[in-house]
Design a protein around this ligand. Structure first.
Ligand SMILES: Nc1ncnc2c1ncn2[C@@H]1O[C@H](COP(=O)(O)OP(=O)(O)OP(=O)(O)O)[C@@H](O)[C@H]1O
Ligand SMILES: [Mg+2]
Length: 323
């Protein structure tokens, strides 16, 4: 067994055909230096947050749009730039980013508040204290400075699913209790109906400003892919139909840049494994099949046992019918 593994590694090292220049550039965690086709949204977020640089409290922002439309990328990017700019001035700004789907940091009110305190430099044990005490520690740390703190709650719908919106209600009113610090919330979701299910009071304060991220069209997706290809792939390795095909497939679905990137990356990986010297349409077709297959397997795996049994019975019946 070990022999086979070693052979695979050896062969990989000795491979002459090189496809990737920087594999990382084609993953969805990579942050490019420039973000094409999002100027309008970028300017809108930057203009709303700019008052923080003079010590003012920016309005809360509610960002929504379908999956893969650049919401996370852009919010983190503008947040980083804001912090960088504030370091050069006299008004401190701190940006805290939380992905509310991450169970480790946001599955209970306790953990979320403890994580926020930790991000402000105050260690709180992740379990064991009364929640009230964790809140007090967080408030104290928050209000220990004359600063503007921007809290980005990404995938905020997951938070409300777990903790109801009374948590958000308290959070959006946090400024009433603060003496020195000022807090703004940026809530992000890909659930387009999320805002409608909120308590009207939460809705109006979270949605002081609302920004929609529309889906990308095929041409925009092509530009996004071209930027990553330049950074990530060896020049000349792609046949010319590959980028338009990945972009068209992702645009058909719902203008999802993540899907376009995944298609391209998986196509390259398949070509690499097959020792092919050029990436062609054929590899994109295989990538599409693989991604969709993996997606079905993953969703079936996460179903409850009873649902799996129902699915199994249906498959059995269909097979019997065919016989
Ligand atoms: N305009 C763009 N330029 C370059 N890359 C982009 C652009 N928009 C999105 N991407 C890339 O596409 C992927 C998905 O983007 P992002 O994670 O920001 O989507 P999202 O809107 O937050 O999706 P979700 O709702 O599923 O969380 C990321 O890898 C991101 O880097
Ligand atoms: Mg996101």
């Amino acid at each position: 067994m070990a022999q086979t593994v070693q052979t695979i590694f050896q062969e990989f090292i000795q491979k002459k055909v090189q496809i990737f220049k920087d594999r990382n550039a084609l993953t969805s965690h990579f942050t490019p230096d420039t973000i094409p086709h999002r100027n309008e949204q970028m300017n809108a977020i930057a203009s709303i947050l700019a008052p923080a640089l003079k010590g003012g409290r920016p309005s809360n922002i509610f960002i929504y749009g379908l999956t893969g439309t650049g919401k996370t990328l852009l919010s983190k990017y503008v947040g980083q730039e804001l912090e960088r700019m504030s370091n050069q001035g006299t008004n401190p700004v701190k940006v805290l980013y939380i992905n509310c789907k991450m169970r480790k940091v946001a599955d209970t009110e306790y953990r979320l508040v403890a994580e926020l305190a930790r991000m402000l430099g105050q260690e709180v044990p992740m379990t064991g204290l009364p929640t009230e005490q964790v809140y007090q520690t967080f408030f104290r740390t928050l209000d220990s400075n004359d600063w503007v703190v921007i809290i980005i709650l990404d995938e905020i719908d997951a938070l409300v699913e777990r903790m109801s919106d009374s948590f958000l209600y308290n959070f959006t009113r946090i400024n009433q209790e603060l003496k020195k610090a000022k807090v703004s919330i940026i809530g992000i979701t890909n659930n387009l109906h999320f805002i409608d299910i909120l308590d009207p009071r939460v809705k109006s304060s979270l949605g002081e400003e609302e920004i929609l991220f529309p889906p990308y069209n095929a041409l925009e997706l092509q530009d996004i892919l071209k930027q990553r290809v330049e950074l990530g792939l060896v020049p000349g390795i792609l046949s010319e139909e590959v980028i338009p095909k990945c972009a068209a497939l992702a645009a058909q679905e719902h203008g999802d840049a993540r899907r376009a990137l995944d298609l391209l990356r998986v196509a390259c990986e398949i070509a690499e494994r097959q020792n092919d010297e050029k990436i062609t349409e054929k590899h994109v077709d295989l990538a599409l099949h693989k991604i969709d297959y993996d997606r079905v397997i993953e969703s079936v795996k996460s179903l409850p046992k009873q649902t799996k049994l129902v699915l199994w019975s249906i498959i059995n019946l269909v097979e019997k019918e065919q016989e």
